[in-house]
Design a protein around this ligand. Structure first.
Ligand SMILES: Nc1ncnc2c1ncn2[C@@H]1O[C@H](COP(=O)(O)OP(=O)(O)OP(=O)(O)O)[C@@H](O)[C@H]1O
Ligand SMILES: [Mg+2]
Length: 360
């Protein structure tokens, strides 16, 4: 499935212009071969034109030869450019540029228009979790309870293992020690697909399919993973795109959406599968400053509605105001965990004090 959805479309897009360039090059080169007299009995068109021009002083045959080459290569270039543009942005051309400020209000106007239902979050528990990349021990004995409906923010310096912890939680990497319990049941023996239906993840770099529209990106998981019928998937996708303020942009491809909009499509895609846990890995780090708030507001709304969330973030203000518990990690271990007030105003360990003095 990955081959058909990702590798082949990307491959064609990369290879097509190069192949056509090669083809045009071949046309030129083969005319050179004739020109050099390697095929003495056949005569190359350009040469025929040139000889005629010398013999009769009439330039028309030479011009005709030039036009002939142009006729072959120019339309071909246009055809390839057309397909290239079509593959990048779809049938719909990019719309006029919109200001990021307009986009910020796109999200702000949401709650009034669409009161959203309560969600049912699950409880997640880590028991002595460990993970190593070969020799490199990245997580050590991580134990933590994330109660149903709670928001846990994970902070810590770069390389402390925050992303690795999230990736373990939905088994993008396999832990090497310990256990992960979802509503009291160990998930390590489950098939990863079963787990990922219940634990959704959103990444810093959006990871949308570039060759699909926003709508298709959301529908895809519903159809392939949940095997929903077309009509059903379409209605669910429309509902979730509407809930993140993107109903009007459902037919746009990622390339013609801003980072903030792409990130909201990614959130809608994860939510459409109706997960009990949502993992967010620095989802606002790649966004322009005025777009960060929209995505953060969306996340705090989710938290209020009862989703269990694990959020790796550098947005200390968000952690302070939305989190139920804040976890500070360093060197693969949990150094401190507690309610935000305690962590931010009364840090106990020297390492957390130092970290806060660097980032606040
Ligand atoms: N695929 C990998 N193979 C080998 N080592 C890795 C791999 N991914 C991460 N690491 C290492 O694991 C450690 C933890 O990485 P991780 O990405 O979890 O940190 P992080 O806390 O998310 O950092 P950041 O804030 O920079 O995102 C780092 O030392 C990193 O170099
Ligand atoms: Mg990371």
């Amino acid at each position: 499935m990955g081959m058909r959805l990702v590798v082949i479309p990307q491959g064609i897009r990369r290879v097509l212009p190069a192949l056509v360039n090669q083809f045009i090059g071949n046309i030129k080169d083969s005319s050179l071969v004739y020109f050099l007299g390697l095929l003495p009995n056949e005569r190359e068109l350009f040469r025929v034109g040139q000889d005629a021009a010398v013999d009769s002083g009439n330039l028309s045959p030479l011009l005709l030869a030039g036009v002939f080459y142009l006729l072959i290569t120019v339309p071909l270039t246009h055809v390839v450019n057309y397909f290239d543009a079509r593959m990048r942005s779809g049938r719909r051309p990019a719309t006029e540029a919109t200001s990021g400020l307009e986009e910020a209000s796109e999200v702000k106007s949401l709650p009034a228009t669409a009161p959203l239902p309560e969600l049912r979050g699950g409880q997640l528990e880590l028991a002595g979790l460990g993970m190593a990349y070969g020799e490199l021990q990245v997580l050590r004995d991580v134990s933590l309870v994330m109660p149903a409906g709670s928001v846990t923010c994970i902070i810590g310096p770069s390389g402390s293992g925050k992303s690795t912890l999230l990736r373990c939680l939905n088994r993008l990497v396999e832990p090497t020690a310990g256990d992960i319990l979802l509503d009291g049941e160990s998930v390590l023996s489950w098939k990863p697909d079963r787990l990922r239906r219940r634990i959704g993840m959103v990444f810093q770099q959006f990871n949308l399919f570039p060759d699909h529209t926003a709508r298709a990106n959301v529908e895809l998981a519903l159809r392939k993973v949940q095997r929903k019928p077309m009509q059903d998937a379409r209605a669910t996708a429309a509902r979730h795109l509407g809930a993140v303020g993107l109903a009007a942009r459902a037919d746009h491809r990622p390339q013609s959406l801003s980072g903030g909009q792409q990130q909201r499509v990614a959130i809608a895609r994860a939510l459409a599968l109706d997960p009990e846990i949502m993992l967010f890995d620095e989802v606002t780090s790649a966004l322009d400053p005025e777009l960060v708030k929209g995505v953060l507001n969306l996340m705090s709304d989710l938290g209020r509605r009862g989703m269990t969330m694990v959020v790796v973030t550098h947005e200390m203000h968000f952690a302070r105001s939305v989190a139920d518990q804040v976890v500070f990690m360093d060197e693969g271990r949990i150094v401190e965990v507690g309610p935000p007030d305690e962590i931010f105003t009364h840090p106990r360990s020297a390492r957390l004090q130092r970290f806060l003095s660097e980032v606040l």
